[in-house]
Design a protein around this ligand. Structure first.
Ligand code: SF4
Length: 236
């Protein structure tokens, strides 16, 4: 009798686990489908994404992304127009006069921490990476001012590597509103989105969220005009 009871309990627990597993699987599949549809609609809506920061060398891309923290791409482009004429190599940033650099990037905000980040990053790239921007996540994260978001963008844009999904404020806001993630931190959201979005679309997700966030889904979303109104969960 006792054995039968235990067996019954075991089977019940097993069935519960299987059901939870199936539910989770279905939820992920739904989110995958929704994410794919959202991206498809956004690609149709915006033949061109951007504008984003302007760069011509790997170092310019890295510097531009570091400066873009809490700053618009337009402002960064205004500042880097002159900055990139003066600082062309990692050694130039390593040798920079910190006070002069602070003045040069002042209008991008957080100029003290950003100027330190640029100088230190210049030193590390010069001394440890032969003047080249690293091409892997671990080494990129050794640079000052380089977060996972920055590293993922650099890897995707420079080296065509889709190692993770870069979550900035637009991606964070929109992915929540879409109902695809409730994560409380960008790193956690990056993991969740990476599981439901095709790696070849990591960069697209970032760029289309930015483009749509600027055009329609800002602080005050214009849901009535939105191409996603029938698929978005509108978790505002
Ligand atoms: S429906 Fe509304 S909340 Fe959803 S993406 Fe469009 S504007 Fe944003």
């Amino acid at each position: 009798m006792y054995r039968k009871f235990i067996r019954c309990i075991r089977i019940t627990i097993l069935v519960c686990f299987v059901n939870i597993d199936v539910l989770c699987h279905n939820l992920i599949m739904n989110k995958k489908e929704n994410a794919a549809k959202i991206l498809q609609l956004l690609k149709k809506e915006y033949p061109k994404t951007g504008p984003f920061i302007e760069w011509t060398t790997s170092l310019e891309l890295l510097v531009g992304i570091i400066l873009s923290a809490q700053c618009t791409d337009e402002r960064v482009n205004m500042v880097t127009e002159d900055l990139f004429k003066k600082y062309k190599t990692s050694q130039d940033y390593a040798n920079a006069d910190i006070e002069a650099l602070e003045k040069e990037i002042y209008s991008t905000g957080f100029y003290k921490s950003k100027s330190k980040a640029l100088k230190e990053t210049g030193q590390i790239i010069t001394e440890d990476f032969n003047g080249e921007v690293p091409d892997n996540l671990d080494d990129l994260l050794k640079l000052r001012g380089v977060s996972h978001k920055t590293a993922y963008l650099v890897l995707a844009k420079l080296y065509g590597k889709n190692e993770g999904l870069a979550v900035d404020t637009h991606v964070f806001r929109l992915s929540k509103r879409f109902g695809l993630s409730d994560a409380r931190t960008p790193i956690k959201m990056s993991k969740e989105l990476s599981a439901i979005i095709d790696p070849k679309d990591y960069l697209n997700w970032n760029e289309y969220c930015i483009t749509h966030g600027r055009a329609i889904c800002g602080r005050k979303p214009k849901c009535n005009e939105c191409v996603l109104k029938n698929i978005c969960a509108k978790k505002i």
